[in-house]
Design a protein around this ligand. Structure first.
Ligand code: TYD
Ligand code: MG
Length: 426
């Protein structure tokens, strides 16, 4: 796949030729003289972004924002460029014209900020010249796939071009301590080389995800040299840009009418925050020979595994039935604590017995139908209680050291899936 390229000229960093940007010199320093990076972090007005970055922007850091086209990467970055207080920002776009960007900025309805600069340019040599002129405190590149460097003879978007441009930006960020955000497109299957090859070069990789047809978006830290890689931020895409979602359980507020079968509520932890999510299942007799299996927001392989457990261990005859699974809000869930709600929703639909809307579930399901412990159960219980649930089902193995008298909510500890079935469906 990798194309052979010849270096056109030896690389002399282009920003060194002009004097606007101060270059750091490299010399050894005593460890006690080194200032902790946290003290120098730039706190953004976007709390979700701060959280995902591990507490603001680290000087000289190179941050990659990956995501499918149309998910909202440009919106997120332009919002950042427009809102950073006391920070000269330079937003460089190779995708949109100045007019388009101006219109978008107006749509984001921010009071116009004097120190936000826009550049539509794709050649790194020109970009560095402009950086020298503007001398920004924060640089945003949208997108890395549109850039090209004269140092390399390959098409924009090719692996070697993307890598070269990133290397130049990396060197720039490290030598000037100016943080750089780069946007990278990833296709649905994630297969395209593009940003994938960059993940090891950058300090932080953030993934922006969600279903384009839904409003909720998740910004997930996939890699972070300066913070926990488990953090995530949640946004809602509105007509006037991205709104921070500080209470994730608001996604739960679904449009449920009466007591319907096929619905179960899971208590999840996304990053450090608990949230309640509605799992919807639809099970029906297959109209054709091969039953259909599809899931939105939940790993299909894992769903098939849970279906096999239900079939093999508990005799539910699902193999000839269509099974559709959907996670409300268009979110993709990775927390295994959702398993219990998934199988409850499936059986609820198959048996056409609704689950009371006052019950929540948090448990992983193993291959023999055992309910396994999940992390930070207290936080989950507290969240379910806060949202007015009356009962929560958890694993028996989660009860060690758990003081259930602290809670109003009734905690049912179960070891096996059949115990839950009996309690919920009678
Ligand atoms: P965009 O940021 O252009 O996505 P990306 O850079 O990841 O390709 O945003 C894509 C979608 O967001 C687009 O379909 C329009 C929508 N959108 C809103 O709903 N509200 C807004 O305020 C903006 C700017 C965009
Ligand atoms: Mg874009």
């Amino acid at each position: 796949m990798e194309e052979v390229v010849e270096r056109v000229s030896a690389r002399v960093p282009d920003w060194q030729t002009v004097s606007g940007v101060k270059k750091r010199t490299s010399k050894a320093a005593a460890i006690h003289e080194i200032v902790h990076a946290d003290e120098a972090r730039r706190i953004t007005p976007d709390k979700e972004l701060n959280r995902v970055l591990g507490g603001g922007i680290v000087p000289g850091s190179l941050v990659l924002i990956g995501g499918e086209p149309g998910i909202g990467k440009s919106t997120l970055m332009l919002q950042l460029a427009l809102n950073m207080p006391d920070t000269r920002t330079l937003y460089i776009s190779g995708e949109e014209s100045e007019q388009q960007l101006k219109m978008r900025a107006e749509r984001l309805s921010q009071a116009s900020k004097a120190d936000c600069f826009i550049l539509t340019e794709t050649a790194t040599q020109h970009i560095f010249k402009q950086i020298n002129t503007v001398a920004p405190h924060l640089v945003i590149i949208d997108s890395i796939q549109t850039l090209h460097s004269a140092h390399i003879d390959a098409a924009p978007g090719s692996v070697s071009q993307v890598r070269e441009c990133t290397a130049e930006l990396l060197q720039f960020a490290k030598e000037t301590a100016i943080p750089v955000f780069i946007v990278g497109h990833i296709t649905k299957d994630g297969a395209i080389a593009g940003p994938k090859v960059l993940e090891h070069m950058v300090d932080t990789v953030l993934q922006f995800e969600g279903d384009r047809h839904h409003a909720y978006r998740i910004l997930r830290a996939v890699k972070n040299r300066f913070g926990a890689a488990t953090e995530l931020g949640i946004y809602e895409m509105q007509g006037s840009g991205l709104r921070e979602v500080s209470n994730p359980s608001e996604i739960l507020l679904s449009q449920r009418e009466g007591n319907m079968s096929g619905i179960a509520i899971a208590v999840l932890l996304e990053g450090m925050r608990p949230m309640l999510i509605e799992v919807q299942a639809l099970v029906g007799n297959s109209a054709y020979g091969t039953p259909q299996r599809s899931s939105n927001g939940f790993d299909t392989k894992r769903m098939n595994m849970l279906l096999a457990v239900l079939e093999k261990r508990f005799g539910f005859r699902l193999s000839a039935q269509d099974v559709f699974l959907n996670i409300a809000g268009g979110l993709r869930v990775e927390d295994p604590a959702i398993d219990l709600a998934v199988i409850i929703a499936i059986i609820s639909s198959q048996q056409d017995i609704p689950v009371s809307a006052t019950i929540a579930f948090a448990g992983e399901v193993g291959l023999s139908g055992e309910i396994r412990a999940v992390n930070r159960i207290e936080q989950r219980i507290a969240e379910a209680e806060k949202l007015g649930f009356e009962t929560i089902y958890i694993s028996k193995y989660n009860t060690k050291g758990l003081d259930s008298s602290k809670y109003q909510i009734s905690i049912r500890a179960v070891a096996k899936v059949e115990e839950v079935f009996q309690a919920v469906f009678g």
